[in-house]
Design a protein around this ligand. Sequence first.
Ligand code: ADP
Length: 404
Amino acid sequence: MSSSRILVLNSGSSSVKYQLLDMRDSSRLAVGLVERIGEETSRLKHTPAGAEAREWTGPIADHEAALKAVSAELAKDGLGLDSPELAAIGHRVVHGGKHFTEPTVVDDTVLAEIERLIPVAPLHNPANLTGIRTAQALRPDLPQVAVFDTAFHTTMPESAARYAIDVQTADEHRIRRYGFHGTSHAYVSRATAQLLGRAPEDVNVIVLHLGNGASASAVRGGTCVDTSMGLTPLEGLVMGTRSGDMDPAVIFHLMRVGGMSADEIDTLLNKKSGLIGLCGDNDMREIRRRIDEGDEQAQLAFDIYIHRLKKYIGAYYAVLGRVDAIAFTAGVGENAAPVREAAVAGLEELGLAVDSELNAVRGDAPRLISPEHARVAVAVVPTDEELEIATQTYALVKGSQNLT
Ligand code: ADP
């Protein structure tokens, strides 16, 4: 029997999310999560397909222990990591810089480059590296594939990727706009073309990935030409806890007048700003509940969120020239009908509108929410980053097997 299983690992500093997929039919064999790694109360939650979830709490010292615990859980379902049916392990890697434009089989050079990028991704790349090294130690014979969050955006033209700052300084410190959530933007833009029954090459899409982190992208014929996140995920839209776009001089002001350190400002803008900074909540469900009760602070936070979103829709409309579809995705984009309605309200002149009844329908499948003969399709397209990582990983290892 040929190997057709892919394990997808998303390693954070104190957590590992995983999914085991069978690529013959892209089905999930198991999904799970280990969190609070390094604490006494680490938790593992493992859900095999079609069965009850199993939970376990206790000390899990490090990523190696976490992956061993995951393997033990998988083994109980006959899916252990030692299985010959496992074809490869696909790793989400947040920052791939300018040069990783494709999923890449990991070797020492690739590991060194991911390590070299740590200064531009200090929170994410170290954890991603740990995940890869741990998986390598467990199955040294297996291809480990890095799938980069930045890869889809490497096609951005220099006019979109460069900041207007001194070129030498920018190049010396590798300061440019890299963009993130690329795996999701790639998957959703393709799925949107499919929903329209057209080839991705023929379709221009604005993708709005609205989760706790949020980003927009302009995709022309399957190729990303602009995205809202930059050197780091801080730029762009108003997010759950991040400010998004802001006059950079706010930072000097906080340093000089507010007496804050760089680390304090980093925490302020990444963790205590956006919706949570504006109204104390970052969950859109809670914000909508408060608005329904007449809460003005929640209403203002919502209005600021929508105003920024609308500006990006307008900007990317101009960047693309012709827009065939706008796709909403991720936790807020897939679930919050009021956000979708407000984001396109008043844009009828651009061919954009939402049908209230279609917008109110809930579901897991990609669907159109624009009126029947609208010039621009407005769609809800659930993202699936794990499936995309598995698909890219499988395509890469299958391709290389064919060559040998
Ligand atoms: P992450 O960026 O952590 O991957 P997700 O894409 O899972 O985030 O989105 C999480 C966010 O989605 C929550 O913080 C919440 O604001 C929003 N969300 C989830 N479900 C709903 C819902 N039913 N209605 C409105 N917002 C929702």
